[in-house]
Design a protein around this ligand. Structure first.
Ligand code: UD1
Ligand code: UDP
Length: 364
């Protein structure tokens, strides 16, 4: 029987891979083993628990304020031992984290075929996002099976000289996850707190933003001030990274129209987002999810590897300049026509059946 090893380490990998893991576990003719690196601890465990997915092996690598060296070294040595013990026929990685990069490289060193879910995303700028642009490009370089979410992602791979027969356009499993999480009848304290006010969901964690505390502080201050001036209510589930927490607490401490909280359970996050008025974020995954939630998104970055989201009209890049951020956030909170023009878009990232397509290909 064919053995498929899946490896994940962070929250976004878990959200997007749980639908595929559940699909693979349902197939009779394969044996699926899940290795988690634990690059994220609480943020990973919460998602797995919600989807009812239990890892077979946990490398438990996370350290407080870990460096890229820490994650790479610990994943490579732990995953090498896992591969020696398991001898899988194929290793499946997701996206652009250092877990995915280090696991793909380990499998390549052992000449085990690698499959990449969410292959082909590119900004063509190695430092934006950093180190994710490098990670995903390097993963694709050692891959046998590339599951591209869109035609554009496929084109990126073909332009890099990859064999077209190894690239499959399957959509993004992020959209599959929404079928599990979004509920028609949902209520929460957070929604009640916002009351009649427009609800703005804020998330921020990218290294290239948070690693410059002065700039990061100015960015968050602009969002806070624009929401305050527009009479909106902000919910900011703060990423566990200490570099994010210090600045977030400092900036929002003086606003009474904002609620800072722990990272939200993925079911809560998706349901709150699908009822919110606006999202401001530097997240990758949220750009994919937002068209399905009819949620306009302002992205705190200069570029995106998900241009389809911008082209469909649901997402706008607003950069990292604090004056521009203030202007864009304030405008979308006060100009209903501008806001409404970004809602009701067809999601370009898939139809919610990507996991079935990937499982079909992997089991053939
Ligand atoms: C990682 C990924 C990034 C992804 C993000 C999703 C890399 C290089 N980066 O970045 O692509 O967008 O995850 O959120 O792989 N921490 C905890 N508990 C947790 C999670 C994190 O305490 O459950 C703290 C730790 O102090 C950790 C720090 O957050 O050192 C940063 O985590 P890390 O995985 O290094 O970076 P992220 O910014 O989360
Ligand atoms: N998310 C969540 N709780 C939160 C914030 C985000 O469950 O408090 C989900 C979000 O819906 C998406 C994923 O986490 O599925 C995105 O993770 P993140 O922004 O950390 O990483 P990125 O997508 O930028 O790699």
């Amino acid at each position: 029987m064919k053995k498929i090893a899946v490896v994940i380490g962070t929250r976004p990998e878990a959200v997007k891979m749980c639908p595929l893991l559940l699909e693979l576990k349902n197939r009779k003719n394969i044996n699926t083993v899940l290795c988690v690196t634990g690059q994220h601890r609480e943020m990973l465990d919460g998602v797995l628990e919600r989807f009812g997915v239990v890892p077979d092996v946990d490398l438990d690598i996370m350290k407080d304020s870990q460096t890229l060296f820490d994650i790479t070294e610990r994943t490579m040595s732990g995953f090498r031992d896992f591969l020696f013990r398991q001898s899988p026929d194929v290793v499946v990685v997701h996206g652009d984290t250092t877990t995915a990069f280090a696991a793909a490289l380990s499998a390549f060193y052992m000449k085990i075929p690698v499959a990449h879910v969410e292959a082909g995303l590119r900004t063509h700028d190695a430092f934006c996002p950093y180190p994710e642009e490098f990670n995903r490009t390097a993963i694709d370089a050692v891959c046998k099976y590339m599951f591209a979410p869109t035609e554009k992602a496929r084109e990126n791979l073909i332009n890099e000289g990859r064999n077209k027969d190894d690239v499959y356009v399957v959509g993004n499993t992020a959209i599959d996850a929404l079928k599990y999480t979004i509920k028609r009848d949902y209520s929460s304290e957070i929604l009640q707190k916002a009351g009649e006010r427009k609800l703005l969901v804020l998330t921020a964690h990218r290294r290239e933003n948070r690693d410059d505390p002065k700039k990061f502080r100015a960015m968050l201050s602009s969002v806070a001030k624009a929401a305050h001036d527009a009479g909106a209510y902000v919910i900011f589930p703060v990423h566990k990274s200490p570099a994010v927490r210090n600045v977030a607490n400092d900036v929002f401490g003086k606003y009474d129209n904002a609620m800072l909280c722990e990272p939200l359970d993925v079911f809560d996050f998706h349901n709150i987002c699908s009822r919110a008025y606006l999202c401001v974020t530097d997240s990758g995954g949220i750009q994919e999810e937002s068209p399905s939630m009819s949620l306009p998104v302002l992205v705190l970055r200069d570029e995106t590897e998900r241009p389809e989201a911008v082209e469909c009209g649901a997402v706008k890049l607003c950069g990292t300049n604090s004056e521009r951020i203030y202007g864009e956030v304030y405008r979308l909170l006060t100009d209903d026509a501008a806001h409404d023009a970004m809602t009701g878009k067809k999601n370009p990232f898939g139809d919610g059946f990507s996991s079935v397509r990937i499982a079909d290909i992997l089991t053939k």
